[in-house]
Design a protein around this ligand. Structure first.
Ligand SMILES: *[C@@H]1O[C@H](CO)[C@@H](O)[C@H](O)[C@H]1NC(C)=O
Ligand SMILES: *[C@@H]1O[C@H](CO)[C@@H](O)[C@H](O)[C@H]1NC(C)=O
Ligand SMILES: *[C@@H]1O[C@H](CO)[C@@H](O)[C@H](O)[C@H]1NC(C)=O
Length: 444
């Protein structure tokens, strides 16, 4: 435990507000390397149909649609799980939940996190000389050595779990609506079983809580500022960088930021989608101004829309899972139906990834780890199995083949509606119930 104490102490000292001077101090002597920078932006609960480039009914994503036209759009790209923590654990480890052990969401009271013997993408890149940052929702354990600063990230700014897992001053749109944090010394009340009202949502900068409760109305803007500052400072340091942004959007509660008349017509979801699109646009704009030719930007989602939230949930596009919805269930987040894990995905790297290409290659969030590690000239840890593949051939070599599938072959859009995908009734009674009950009993 001695080393851990030292590490806490060091990180505590180095990151109490002076990350950037530290980076400059340590590395200003190095010349700019050839290694590419990576920006990975992960949306939360975004539906496949929430990307205008995927689904013409959606008109709220002008920046993302532009990114699709300037890069590669994947239409058969999948999250590694249909809920938050498992999906994020797989993004950062390149491994499925059955291997890394994170098969359920972490709670506010969780004392564990992503197992410490897992190696994160950030740790591999740190070893390869990268400066690394995570901005946004972590949700892989927040106590002690599970904190992002001990999982490979030099800099962290964000919330430890979903923003509905603590009270705030302005609760935002949710079903059911949750109470604001109690003021003064009024007693805590938790009338709604589905709302976490006990611990005010904290905002961290490295190991320090810098705001509690979080002001949801200004969170997106703070993320944009911290992300652009990091890109600026990391570029100036001469070292390659990894920036991983876990957006609060499109998870409920949706923020009540001052809606323009135009946005009001869209309702809270459309307005939130625009806010997210603008945030991504600001990060991409910074990349374009600072490190355009040498930065690979990925955009994708952690799982499908949270259908139980009705009009506060996103669109699954054509993946409506009609069989399942006719039984009264959700075909999206928290399920193994396609709407639960088929997510929007874009790759943008001017001069490297071809522009305005739609790829039907079957790929997944699991492929990000091996692809990024290969591009960084690093090597994968040898003592474990990885579930993804290096997608370089698809990204740069014109290949249309990602993961190979056996059996029925590709499904055309015309077949989407008619194909009967395996549903819960195909499993023995009760097999999925325990799992689903567990998911549904948590408000994640
Ligand atoms: C981490 O430890 C667990 C429990 O001992 C083990 O099952 C797992 O395989 C280990 N993972 C790695 C990557 O070594
Ligand atoms: C929250 O942020 C909004 C937008 O920046 C601001 O107008 C408001 O005053 C902030 N609320 C508090 C309690 O600081
Ligand atoms: C992108 O490709 C589509 C279809 O191939 C074409 O209609 C569109 O004009 C292209 N857009 C740009 C910006 O090149």
């Amino acid at each position: 435990m001695g080393w851990l104490f030292l590490k806490v102490l060091l990180v505590g000292v180095s990151f109490s507000g002076c990350l950037y001077p530290l980076v400059d101090f340590c590395f200003s002597g190095e010349t700019r390397g050839q290694k590419p920078n990576f920006v990975i932006i992960l949306a939360d609960d975004m539906g496949w149909g929430d990307l205008g480039a995927n689904w013409a009914e959606t008109k709220d994503t002008v920046n993302l649609d532009k990114m699709a036209a300037e890069g590669m759009r994947f239409v058969d790209f999948h999250a590694a799980a249909s809920t938050c923590s498992p999906s994020r654990a797989s993004l950062l480890t390149g491994r499925l939940g059955l291997r890394h052990g994170v098969t359920h969401n972490f709670a506010v009271t969780s004392v564990g996190g992503l197992p410490l013997n897992e190696t994160t993408l950030a740790e591999v890149l740190q070893q390869a000389g990268y400066v690394t940052a995570m901005i946004g929702k972590w949700h892989l354990g927040h106590h002690g050595s599970y904190h992002p600063n001990f999982r490979g990230f030099d800099y962290y700014f964000g919330i430890p779990y979903s923003h509905d897992m603590g009270c705030t001053d302005t609760p935002g749109y949710n079903h059911p609506p949750c109470l604001a944090c109690p003021r003064g010394d009024r007693p805590l009340r938790n009338l709604e079983r589905d709302c976490y009202n006990d611990v005010a949502l904290p905002l961290y900068e490295n190991l320090n809580i810098v705001e509690q409760p979080v002001n949801l109305s200004s969170l997106a803007q703070k993320y944009a500022e911290k992300a652009t500052q990091f890109i600026q400072h990391a570029s100036a340091s001469g070292r390659p960088f990894l920036l991983y942004v876990g957006l609060a959007h499109m998870h409920v509660p949706l923020s009540r930021t001052q809606l323009s008349a135009d946005a009001q017509a869209q309702g809270p979801y459309g307005a939130g989608l625009r806010e997210m699109d603008s945030l991504v646009g600001q990060i991409k704009g910074k990349v374009d101004h600072t490190a355009k030719e040498n930065t690979f930007l990925w955009f994708t989602g952690d799982n499908g829309p949270w259908a139980q939230k009705c009009e506060l949930a996103g669109s699954v596009g054509p993946f409506t899972g009609s069989w399942q919805s006719h039984q009264g269930g959700s075909p999206a987040k928290q399920t193994t139906w396609e709407g639960g894990h088929r997510v929007p995905a874009l790759a943008y790297w001017p001069g490297r990834v071809p522009i305005n290409v739609t790829s039907t290659a079957l790929l997944s969030v699991l492929d990000i780890f091996p692809t990024v590690v290969a591009l960084a000239g690093a090597s994968l840890p040898r003592d474990r199995h990885f579930d993804g593949l290096d997608a370089s051939e698809v990204l740069f070599g014109g290949s249309k083949t990602g993961h190979r599938v056996s059996g029925g072959g590709a499904v055309t859009p015309q077949q989407w509606g008619s194909r009967r995908v395996r549903g819960p009734s195909d499993y023995p009674p009760g097999a999925l119930q325990g799992l689903l009950h567990h998911w549904w009993s948590q408000s994640l």
